[in-house]
Write a protein of this length. Structure first.
Length: 165
C-alpha cells in the first residue's frame, strides 16, 4: 500500500532523483517546478523519512572485473528458528552477495552473487556458502546476459509523472 504522504511534487522529486541522483538541488528544483530552498527541504524530509535511502554510483561489473553473476537458490534446515537469523546475518556479510531475498517457492532464499569468474564462484560456493551449517541445498543459475539491471523503481502506482511532464 503506497504511503499517502507523498504529494505530486514529492513524487516528481523521487522520480527525478531515481533518473539522475547527481542532479544539483538547483537543477532538481527547476525540473520539478520549485525554488531551490523548498526543494531542498523536501529532499531532506524524503531522506529523513526513509523514502530516499541512499545515493550511489552504478559500476560496470565487467569493466571492474566482476564478469560472472550467479543467482543462487538456497534451501536451509529449520528456517523458523533463531539459527535462520544467524544464516541471514552471515550471508548478507559476504561481499560477493549483492542481493539476498527470502522467497516462497522451491528455495528459501535467492542470492545474487557477483564474482570475477567461475573459479571465484567455486571458491565462494565451496569455501563460504556450503560451509554454513544450515545450508541443505543450493541451486546455481549462471546469468548468460544481463538485459536489465539496477532500473529505477516503478512509481506508477503512486501516480508519479516523469519529471518535466
Amino acid at each position: 500500500m503506497p504511503n499517502e504522504d507523498l504529494d505530486a511534487l514529492d513524487r516528481r522529486i523521487v522520480a527525478a532523483l531515481q533518473d539522475d541522483g547527481r542532479l544539483s538541488n538547483v537543477d532538481l528544483a527547476e525540473k520539478v517546478g520549485l525554488s531551490p530552498s523548498p526543494c531542498l527541504r523536501r529532499v531532506n524530509r524524503l531522506e529523513r523519512d526513509g523514502y530516499i535511502e541512499s545515493y550511489r554510483a552504478m559500476l560496470g561489473r565487467k569493466r571492474i572485473g566482476l564478469g560472472l553473476t550467479v543467482f543462487v537458490g538456497v534451501k536451509i534446515e529449520g528456517h523458523a528458528d533463531d539459527r535462520a537469523t544467524t544464516f541471514e546475518e552471515e550471508v548478507v556479510a559476504f561481499p560477493e552477495v549483492i542481493a539476498c531475498h527470502m522467497i516462497a517457492g522451491e528455495a528459501d532464499y535467492l542470492l545474487e552473487v557477483t564474482v570475477p569468474d567461475l573459479d571465484a564462484y567455486q571458491r565462494f560456493l565451496v569455501g563460504k556458502l556450503l560451509n554454513l551449517p544450515l545450508v541443505r541445498e543450493v541451486r546455481s543459475n549462471i546469468a548468460i546476459q544481463t538485459l536489465k539491471a539496477g532500473a529505477p523503481l516503478p512509481l506508477g502506482h503512486l501516480g508519479a509523472m516523469p519529471p518535466g511532464r
